[in-house]
Ligand binder design. Structure first.
Ligand SMILES: C[C@@]1(CC(=O)O)C2=NC(=C\c3[nH]c(c(CCC(=O)O)c3CC(=O)O)Cc3[nH]c(c(CC(=O)O)c3CCC(=O)O)/C=C3\N/C(=C\2)[C@@H](CCC(=O)O)[C@]3(C)CC(=O)O)/[C@H]1CCC(=O)O
Ligand SMILES: NC(=O)c1ccc[n+]([C@@H]2O[C@H](COP(=O)([O-])OP(=O)(O)OC[C@H]3O[C@@H](n4cnc5c(N)ncnc54)[C@H](O)[C@@H]3O)[C@@H](O)[C@H]2O)c1
Length: 202
């Protein structure tokens, strides 16, 4: 196993979750902020899942539930069924996450630290989820200590700098100086950005 941290656009993508218990709920809560199209199939689905914006199929899993799925989370308490879903998904080239066996995961859920436009996923590649969770909490603390507007300020001026400053090296230096201003608690305005651009234009 060698998990690479791609950030994949899952907006409106069909995600099937098999199982409707505690672990399924946690996985769904991780996914919903990214607006996928989630269907949950299970004979017993907890009320917290029913209250979320997901489609509910109130019965046992059947193979055709996989049709059209972009990816699958296999979150039942039935090891044999989870293993069979893993096999079916592999045959159909569907990415699958199997919650009871890290060897049966085509993708894994990281611990997620998300704040002020930053999303960090932390993984131990399945070796210790509890350590990933601990590190995530540390990182949330770091993000909370940052100026909350930094990402938006840098995003606001990036197109202008990209357009006006010809040399990539100069652009990088300007971005570094803007970032330093944000990190020191200042919020650079248009005039500051113009002055910086002028410095490098000469
Ligand atoms: C990060 C997080 C994301 C999330 O799920 O939200 C996540 N597990 C979390 C918590 C957690 N999971 C477990 C415990 C109990 C303590 C323990 O056993 O260690 C706790 C702690 C708790 O509950 O506090 C049990 C467990 N987990 C897996 C197995 C099966 C196995 O190891 O083979 C078993 C044994 C089941 C059993 O014994 O029956 C497998 C996986 N769990 C993963 C992710 C993937 C690897 C991530 C990585 O390490 O990089 C992977 C491989 C697949 C996947 O699920 O995607 C989330 C914390 C996030 C947060 O809170 O921020
Ligand atoms: N990956 C992780 O982070 C993690 C953490 C803790 C536990 N686990 C594992 O997750 C598994 C599930 O734990 P849980 O606490 O959510 O269990 P749970 O008992 O709360 O839920 C099990 C769900 O599976 C459903 N189910 C059973 N048979 C089914 C079928 N034929 N078709 C569709 N759905 C079916 C049930 O209806 C229920 O909704 C456990 O076996 C445990 O090994 C994984």
């Amino acid at each position: 196993m060698a998990y690479f941290p791609f950030y994949i656009d899952i907006e409106n993508k069909k995600i099937l979750v098999v199982g409707g218990g505690t672990v399924a709920l946690r996985k769904i809560e991780k996914l919903t902020p990214f607006s996928p199209d989630i269907t949950v199939v299970a004979p017993k689905i907890c009320d917290e899942i029913k209250a979320l914006n997901v489609k509910i199929i109130d019965r046992r899993f059947c193979d055709s539930d996989l049709d059209g799925a972009f990816c699958v989370v296999s979150a039942t308490d039935d090891e044999t069924l989870n293993g069979r879903i893993f096999q079916l998904c592999n045959e159909k080239n569907i990415l699958v996450n199997t919650v009871d066996d890290k060897e049966k995961c085509g993708f894994i859920f990281p611990a997620i630290a998300s704040k002020n436009g930053i999303t960090a996923g932390i993984t131990t590649s399945g070796k210790s989820p509890i350590y990933a969770k601990y590190l995530k909490e540390l990182f949330v603390g770091i993000l909370e200590s940052m100026n909350e507007n930094t990402t938006e300020v840098l995003w606001k001026y990036r197109p202008i700098i990209k357009e006006k400053v010809e040399r990539e090296d100069d652009r990088r230096k300007i971005f570094e100086r803007l970032l330093s201003l944000c990190l020191s608690g200042l919020e650079p305005d248009e005039k500051t950005v113009e002055n910086l651009i002028e410095e490098y234009e000469q």
